[in-house]
Every structure is written in C-alpha cells, then in structure tokens.
Design a protein around this ligand. Structure first.
Ligand code: GCO
Ligand code: MG
Length: 407
C-alpha cells in the first residue's frame, strides 16, 4: 500500500562552531535526497547529539521519510518519556529534515506544502542595544535606516555592570560566552528605573511608525511586570517579552489585571502544554515557541492552530543560537500560518552564513524563505568540519546579595 516511499538509509549529526556551536541532523533517502534539521540547544548541545545518535537515528533507518506525522508520533509517544528541551529539539531536527526531504521530492518550497503563502513576507524585528540609552537609540536608528519596521530596545542600566541583551563594547551580542558560566549581578530596582526612560527616548527619536519591543528575560514577578507594563503603556510597546518565568502559567493573570501592554512568551517552551493555559485564558498576545525547541514544524503548527482560536499570534524566537536551518523553517512556517505576528531576526555572522548557504532573504524589514525546493538551506560540510565544537555556557545571574536568580 502507498506507492510513494522514500526509505531513510542513513542519518548523521554534524557539529560545527563557526563562531558559535550548531548541531545539524542530516537524513538521507535511498534515492540520494537529503534533508537538514537544526538540533541546537544552546549550552547543552552535546546532550541532543547523544539523544539523536544513541537513541533516535537507529529507529529512523528503514522508515519512510514521507510519513512525517507518524515518525513524529513514534518518537514522541514511543520514548515513553515525553517533552523536555533535549527530546523536543531532537524530534524537531528529524521533523525539519523530513519536511526538507518532502519538499525536495515534490520540487516545492516547504511553505507550499504547508498551505501556501498567507502573506507577501514575514515582518522581522531587529535587536538594538547599547550600554546606555543613548547608544541603544543610536543603534535603533541604524536599524530603521536599514528598513526595519520593528526594533527591540535593550540597554544597560545605571549601577548594573552587565545585563541581558547588551553586547560587550565593540562585540556582537552573543549570550553563550564562557567555557564555564559567567556570572553577573542583578537588581530589579535598578533595572525597573531604566526601562520607561528607554522606551520614552525611543519614541522621541523614532516616532510612532516603528514597532518597539522589549525583552524582560524572565526577571520580574507578575506584580512587578504589571507595574512596568502600566508604566510603559503611553509608549505603546509592540510587546513585552518574558515578563516573568512561565512555569506557572496562571501567574500571568496578575499581569493582565494590571496592564494592557501586549505580552509575548515562549522561547523556552517545548510543547503545546507549556502554552495551553496562557493561550486558552488569553493571558498572552504572542507565542514565541520556535521550530527547533518545540518539536519541529509539525508541532509548532499545532501550537499556532490553538493560538489562532484565541487571537494569539506567533512571534518565533530567532536568536543566533538557532541555526539558519531553523530560520528557514521559521520563515516557511511564518509565511504560511494565518496568525503570524512577527519573526525575531538576529543576523548570523558571515562565517555561519558561509557554512549554511540559504535561499531566504531580507528586504525592507521583511523576510522571505525563498522558493528553493524544501527548506532552502544547505550545509558546506568541508567548511563545517574546520570549526571544532567549543564548550560554551549561557551566563548565570545572582542578586546583589549572592542569591541565584533567573538569567
Ligand atoms: C531572545 C532570547 C535570547 C536567548 C538566547 C538563549 O529573545 O532572542 O531571549 O537572547 O537568551 O537565545 O540561548
Ligand atoms: Mg527573549
């Protein structure tokens, strides 16, 4: 039964570090068609490599690459141990590679297989940051000059030596910065004093036609977040991201009671269960779950479908720790889903782009996945082989009295 078969004959994991670590799964069929999937889990990369090599790949050999849903269910339910970032990143890598293969066999870009384009392109937001508000605004102006319609503003705060989202002088922002975790001190009070002036200056300098975003990176309590949201309302933020850790989804009710500032959450979500209450109770406006950490296109579409019922839109995570394979997958997804909101864009380095040649493109604040069959991303394995894996950790934050806090 079923005339079309694309037998998987091999699968392997490629680890490379063109400036930062990336883990890529390459699945190949008997006819020599191959697909790529991103399996990068920042700071815990080798756990996913082992999960794939030791536990997933042996189960893939001999299967029909066309049966994407069946393989997804097999890997999810078949493991018995469900969910979690390592498992879901591994499943995501398989899922992306299979969609890539299906697209190549069909001769169609993946977004066509997902129902076709629902829009002309995906609006992206860029990252403006600086040690001071002035530097951040300067950087934001440079983004607007490059055509960005949406910019995320992050700046250092007086009295804080380091903070989330701000690059070290003269460098690009790259959070996984140490062979052991670096530590920085955090003060909620100092931070809170710095945000309204940042957004106020942002509006003064950039006007009202640019969307302004801000990432709180899980560092407030719900009531603190409610207060900040209220304070920022006059500056009409596009969203406030990760205002508080989202393990306790009901906690977001408290934020909603106090502010109409739109809320975006979900870059660390793995499955629909992490977002279910947030979506069903309309406690958020944007869900940031992404292809690689939330089980691939197959599962992310399910999250988007639930979100659509409640007028929650997508806003996929797109930091540099998500490889170009993920970026491509996110763009095929974003172009096709009805409730697309915005896509994060933190451009990769030239070195990374050279390892992963791709069809997606940026123009005027928008991105398009391109029309190459499949995901439209390749890997230059010879080049990838020149960059050896380098252990790198995300930082750890402590309160000024030494208590471990949320980074
Ligand atoms: C974002 C994120 C990132 C994460 C990083 C962790 O909004 O892009 O918060 O900066 O911290 O992806 O690996
Ligand atoms: Mg974030």
């Amino acid at each position: 039964m079923g005339a079309q078969r694309a037998e998987i004959i091999s699968a392997r994991v490629i680890v490379t570090c063109p400036g930062r670590n990336f883990v890529t799964l390459r699945i190949e069929t008997r006819d020599g068609v191959y697909g790529l999937g991103d399996a990068t889990l920042n700071g815990r990369e080798r756990a996913v490599v082992s999960y794939l090599e030791d536990h997933v790949i042996p189960c893939l050999i001999g299967r029909d690459a066309h049966r994407i849903e069946d393989i997804w269910q097999y890997l999810y339910k078949g493991a018995y141990w469900r969910r979690g970032p390592v498992t879901m990143s591994a499943i995501a890598a398989v899922d992306m590679a299979l969609w890539d293969i299906k697209g190549k066999i069909a001769g169609l870009p993946v977004y066509q297989l997902l129902g076709g384009a629902s829009r002309e392109g995906c609006m992206v937001y860029g990252h403006a940051n600086g040690a001071t508000i002035e530097e951040t605004i300067e950087n934001a102006i440079a983004h607007v000059e490059q055509g960005y319609r949406a910019v995320r503003l992050q700046s250092g705060a007086p009295g804080l030596k380091a903070t989330y989202g701000v690059a070290k002088a003269g460098e690009r922002y790259e959070p996984a910065d140490g062979a052991l975790p670096t530590e920085s001190l955090w003060s909620t009070e100092k931070y809170l004093r710095s945000v309204a002036p940042l957004l106020e200056k942002g509006r003064e300098a950039l006007g009202w036609d640019v969307h302004l975003l801000h990432d709180i990176h899980h560092r407030l309590t719900p009531i603190e977040a409610g207060r900040l949201g209220k304070e920022l309302e006059p500056f009409r933020p596009f969203w406030l991201e990760d205002p508080t850790p989202a393990e306790n989804q009901a906690g977001f009710r408290l934020i909603r009671q106090h502010t109409t500032a739109p809320i975006a959450v979900g870059e660390i979500f793995n499955t629909i269960w992490d977002a279910k209450q947030l979506i069903e109770e309309q406690l958020i406006d944007y869900v940031r779950a992404t292809v690689v950490h939330a089980g691939g296109l197959t599962h992310l579409r399910r999250i988007a479908a639930l979100a659509d019922l409640y007028q929650v839109r997508t806003g996929c995570h797109g930091a540099t720790d998500l490889s170009p394979v993920s970026m491509a997958a996110a763009l095929h997804f974003g172009l096709s889903v009805p409730n697309f909101g915005i896509q994060e864009l933190m451009p990769h380095t030239k070195e990374t782009d050279a390892v992963f040649p791709h069809a997606y493109r940026y123009a005027d604040g928008m991105m398009h996945p391109g029309d190459a069959p499949g995901l439209g991303v390749d890997i230059d394995e010879a080049l990838a082989g020149r960059y050896e894996y380098k252990r790198a950790y995300l930082p750890v934050a402590r309160l000024e009295d030494g208590t471990v806090f949320n980074w």
